[in-house]
Design a protein around this ligand. Structure first.
Ligand code: HXC
Ligand code: NAP
Length: 307
């Protein structure tokens, strides 16, 4: 069976949802989701909440998630953040939006403290925050490479480390790192993100080994090309060429955000109680057959490197 569940393109909740897993799978658990205000992270938050979980969604820009009403009329201290409001409205569970840069440990500490004050516990960490763009290695500045490593790799370590210190070491927990298959075959124009995500997959194994005795499971989930996301908008290229590449992959279609959220739900739930240190690839088999865009390098030939 490879029939996808329905999804919507934007950062909106699903108009209807049919449970495949038990609706109580995460009843009264609390998940801290970086990058939870948009794209795949938003849908993970929604699907978790539809399974009884409360969530914290953390990213840099609260203004982006402010409602027009709140932005115009209300102070930011009022509980009026758009993504959180949508999520809570659709699911009846609580969602706390927090502003935090995963590159800034003091901000992470403050956010985790606030989440613990609000909920008294955090059971699950989803490291979904990331940054990416297409650029050949020969045109990538030192700072551009470092920026993606800082957000994706150091950011994942920073948030995991704080959660470990503040709660998981004494209570156990589950971490799911959202990665990618870019480094498996050395995808062109992606040395920064491919290296960063490969390092996160290694981190998954290291932390699974070191933190297993504290009853902390750590796994990676590597999505393929997913519709309705910023990642696909930035990296997909022209529609016609994307369609050709996608139909050449085993399941011959893009994935959707709900499919990714279902895979993350499995890893975060007791269904995966004996799974740790694993990388689950949810990509319809795409990385096995996706063309490597060496010709795309030519399009960047005039782009000058700033070192
Ligand atoms: C080359 C670029 C660039 C580009 C930025 N830089 N964009 N270089 N091509 N398109 C360089 C800048 O010139 C600068 O280097 C350095 O990167 C830092 O840029 P800033 O804009 O100062 O960084 P910052 O404000 O921290 O923003 C980070 C960002 C931005 C990654 C550059 O795009 C961002 O915030 N992205 C978040 C959303 C996102 O990317 N979502 C998609 C995730 S998809 P210099 O040398 O000039 O100082 C994904 C995987 C998808 O992760 C896989 C699909 C199969
Ligand atoms: P997205 O909506 O842009 O998600 C990235 C999120 O990270 C945003 O919510 C962003 O919010 C947050 N973020 C970025 N930098 C941050 C920082 N320094 N601190 C805190 N938060 C930060 O893109 P997406 O496509 O859904 O990607 C989600 C995840 O899936 C990423 O890990 C990505 O690598 C992975 N992935 C996506 C695809 C795909 O096809 N889309 C494929 C493989 C892997 P702010 O801007 O508010 O900070």
């Amino acid at each position: 069976m490879a029939q996808p569940p329905p999804d919507v393109e934007g950062d909106d909740c699903l108009p209807a949802y049919r449970h495949l897993f038990c609706p109580d799978l995460l009843r009264d658990k609390v998940a801290f989701i970086t990058g939870g205000g948009s794209g795949i992270g938003f849908r993970i938050a929604e699907i978790f909440m539809r399974h009884g979980c409360h969530t914290v969604i953390a990213s840099r820009s609260l203004p982006r998630v402010l409602t027009a009403e709140a932005a115009g009329l209300l102070s930011a201290s009022l509980p009026g953040f758009q993504a959180a409001r949508k999520l809570a409205g659709a699911t009846g569970r609580r969602c706390l939006p927090l502003s935090m840069d995963v590159r800034a440990p003091p901000a992470i500490v403050a956010a985790v403290d606030q989440a613990l004050k609000e909920f008294g516990r955090i059971d699950i960490l989803i490291n979904c925050a990331a940054g990416n763009f297409l650029c050949p290695a020969g045109a990538l500045s030192f700072n551009a490479f470092k920026t993606v490593m800082d957000i994706d790799t150091s950011g994942t370590f920073n948030v995991s480390r704080v959660l470990y210190e503040k709660f998981f070491r004494d209570h156990g927990g589950v971490i799911v790192n959202i990665t990618a298959t870019l480094g498996n075959r050395g995808q062109a124009l992606q040395v920064h993100a491919g290296s960063a995500k490969a390092a996160v997959d290694a981190m998954t194994r290291h932390l699974a080994v070191e933190w297993g005795p504290q009853n902390i499971r750590v796994n990676s989930l590597a999505p393929g090309p997913i519709s309705g996301t910023e990642g696909l908008r930035r990296l997909g290229g022209p529609q016609a060429s994307l369609s050709t590449r996608v139909t050449a992959s085993p399941l011959q279609r893009l994935g959707n955000k709900t499919e990714i959220a279902h895979s993350v739900l499995y890893l975060a739930s007791p269904l995966a109680s004996y799974v740790t240190g694993a990388v689950l690839v949810a990509d319809g088999g795409a990385w096995l057959t996706f063309p490597n865009d060496v010709k795309g390098l030519a399009d960047f030939a005039s782009f000058s490197a700033k070192l």
